[in-house]
Write a protein that binds this ligand. Structure first.
Ligand SMILES: [Mg+2]
Length: 414
């Protein structure tokens, strides 16, 4: 170990950033008048509690509890229906801040991420504690929510560390502090040791994380298998569980929906397809993905579907290229006497931008320039509301006017 070069003995540095009571905190961002009073967030059908503030938790309200039961315990709390679209926007904002501190991030859930901080001390000219506090302050300042940050030498320890001093806390566990830290934690604090596994360990007289790391690895392997042995290494400070820096590549991405009416009108179908194509292209661009194959599918009133496919010469996420292909397929598929009730576009053969073949003719470079346009439209819409800016001719649920401008779309403001 390079302890002579590094007084803190950081052989590896992983941060875990976890938003505190995320959904409830998001609601407080837009309802600051509720700060200081208990809040419960309800599931989509308002059936049960999906999140709550710490004061609601202290009274005994649990995630998953039926609403009637929670209301009995706390009739005065504010009960709010979940708005996952809004929480998704704040989550994206939070992750864009985290990416400033490290390009190597694992998005673990909507409100939690792991950051590989190796090498970042030289960049920021401060220690990991200073960086962790900077992250915490930046998220609070720019998103309006609090996060807790743990930094340690493995992901398991980093996750336990972020949990240790919640809310709005920072916990740093370098190598030489691991045993001291584990002394203050319980088996249930280890991610990967749920109730059944803890009960099994207790039978073998392993009651605490310290007992766990001081056991023979053969014992742990026998009781919990390979994943238990991995945890044993991680808790000793040896990193064996790396970060998953990329979400798995989707096989296909689809934007399809009912048109809300049965129609024979070509213009109406095109306005819906323009909307789907814009959304699909925006999704490809924001996720740094390209597609090689596009399908247009039209659902007929008689519930059967017809579809057409186009394979591109090279992978693309260019809106203009995609919409041109959609128009071609539409010309093949559309028959005036038929009645249509739904339509959609589907991208397949998806690849990542940074793993695509060399750009021999510079097409892909041009596409990237055009992608910036979509990102701008997308960010304006996220800030000021869906469909504030849209491709001219795209169907909008707010307005039934559909002008048609399919291949050369203009952007209109509503
Ligand atoms: Mg959280």
């Amino acid at each position: 170990m390079p302890s002579n070069q590094d007084p803190d003995n950081w052989t590896n540095a992983i941060a875990h950033v976890d938003a505190d009571c995320f959904f409830a905190s998001c609601e407080l961002v837009r309802h600051p008048e509720l700060i200081g009073s208990p809040i419960c967030i309800l599931s989509s059908q308002d059936a049960c509690i999906v999140a709550k503030t710490y004061d609601a938790k202290a009274i005994g309200i649990k995630t998953g509890m039926p609403v009637w039961e929670a209301k009995k315990l706390m009739p005065d709390a504010t009960y709010i229906s979940a708005d996952f679209r809004f929480y998704g926007l704040l989550s994206e904002k939070m992750f864009s801040i985290l990416r400033r501190y490290s390009p190597d991030i694992e998005v673990y859930s909507i409100d939690e991420g792991f950051l590989d901080l190796n090498g970042t001390r030289a960049l920021w000219r401060k220690n990991y504690k200073g960086i962790a506090h900077d992250i915490r302050r930046a998220v609070h300042r720019e998103v309006g929510i609090t996060v807790s940050v743990g930094v340690s030498v493995t992901r398991t320890l980093a996750k336990m560390a972020s949990e240790y001093n919640k809310p709005n806390g920072v916990t740093i566990v370098p190598h030489q502090m691991i045993m001291q830290f584990l002394q203050r934690t319980a088996l249930s604090d280890i991610t990967g040791i749920a109730r059944n596994r803890a009960a099994l360990l207790q039978k073998a007289r392993i009651h605490t994380p310290l007992h766990f790391v001081n056991s023979e690895i053969e014992t742990i392997q026998r009781l919990l298998g390979k994943s238990g042995a991995d945890l044993w290494h991680e808790l000793q400070g040896r990193s064996v569980m790396g970060l998953e820096l990329h979400a798995p590549l989707p096989k296909s991405m689809a934007r399809t929906a009912s048109m809300g009416e049965v129609t024979t009108d070509r213009k109406t179908i095109i306005s819906h397809l323009t909307r789907h194509t814009t959304r699909l292209a925006t999704e490809l661009v924001t996720q740094h993905l390209l597609t090689r194959r596009l399908t247009v599918s039209l659902k007929l009133k008689a519930s059967n579907s017809i579809s057409a496919k186009i394979d591109f010469e090279y992978p693309t996420n260019n809106y203009f290229r995609l919409s041109h292909a959609v128009q071609k397929m539409m010309a093949d598929l559309y028959q005036p006497h038929m009645q249509y009730r739904a339509c959609g576009v589907i991208a397949e053969n998806i690849t990542r931008i940074n793993q695509s073949p060399p750009d021999l003719f510079g097409h892909m470079k041009n596409d990237t320039k055009q992608a910036e346009l979509l990102l701008t439209v997308d960010s304006v819409n996220k800030k000021y509301g869906r469909d504030t800016l849209k491709m001219a001719g795209a169907y909008s649920p707010q307005s039934s006017k559909a002008c048609v401008r399919f291949i050369y779309p203009l952007i209109t403001a509503s």
